[in-house]
Design a protein around this ligand. Structure first.
Ligand SMILES: [Zn+2]
Length: 260
């Protein structure tokens, strides 16, 4: 599932449409829309793209009247910009621009969502998103995350607490700071909270720099070998793989022990 770095990659691809005017909107599958096709078309046609913004995993194409085309990639969503209409399977929406360029929204499993909002701020409010993971400072991070009496893994994944971190990067953060994913968020010490915040920034920035190619991440990262039978790069223990409130966590049974 795309997390903040993957969505940031898509944002950069979408930047190619800045300055272009939308001439046609073709909805191939209404299942991904949270607005009617006719309303979407009316909102977009003849509008010029001014900017592409991202908040957590939420993307927004900002139009010249301040309104936004909202895109969430869900589990398998992706965007292709090309000079020809994309013939790939699973294309759900095609937007044509005055330059002849096409934007195709592709989504195999259809958990992605495309809609419109009056403004970028309205969109964030409407979705109830917490601060963006790359924008939040260490104090605010500790205050927000440490305010929950539930597993730290679950808390980090809650987009209302913090927007952008998903299943994979939360595993990495917890591994880097030697925190067991089942530990209650409100029991984590300030020192460990600072570690988590720093690890989050490092990991997200690093992944964006490496274009989310996990092979290029440092060797001491869990994400290198986050596979069944994979081993901890520190102590070579086999990962414990566990369901925590519906999400699969990978962690090292030795390095991430629950401290008594
Ligand atoms: Zn270990």
């Amino acid at each position: 599932m795309p997390e903040l770095p993957e969505v940031e990659q898509v944002r950069r691809i979408l930047m190619r449409t800045v300055g272009l005017t939308i001439t046609e909107v073709s909805v191939l599958d209404e299942g991904i829309l949270d607005v009617s096709p006719s309303k979407l078309s009316r909102a977009l046609c003849d509008r010029t793209v001014m900017d592409i913004k991202r908040h957590g995993k939420q993307l927004a194409v900002v139009l010249d009247d301040g309104s936004v085309l909202a895109m969430h990639l869900g589990m398998t969503g992706d965007v292709v910009i090309s000079d020809q209409q994309d013939q790939a399977r699973h294309v759900r929406l095609v937007i044509r621009f005055d330059s002849g360029v096409y934007l195709s929204f592709i989504d195999q499993r259809k958990f992605g969502v495309v809609g419109i909002a009056p403004s970028f701020d309205d969109l964030i409010l409407e979705k109830g998103l917490g601060p963006d993971a790359l924008e939040i400072g260490p104090r605010k991070f500790e205050a927000r995350v440490g305010d929950h009496h539930r597993a730290i893994k679950t808390t980090l994944l809650d987009q209302k607490v913090l927007a952008g971190v998903g299943n994979l990067y939360s595993d990495e953060m917890l591994f880097q700071c030697r925190i067991n994913p089942k530990v209650k968020a409100d029991s984590i010490t300030p020192r460990k909270m600072k570690c988590l915040h720093r690890a989050m920034m490092d990991i997200l920035v690093r992944s964006i720099e490496e274009r989310t190619d996990f092979e290029r991440l440092p060797n001491n990262y869990l994400l290198h070998g986050r596979v069944k039978d994979g081993r901890c790069p520190r102590c070579a223990s086999q990962w414990t793989i566990e369901d925590i409130n519906g999400r699969t966590a990978f962690y090292c049974p030795k390095c991430q022990r629950i401290l008594q």
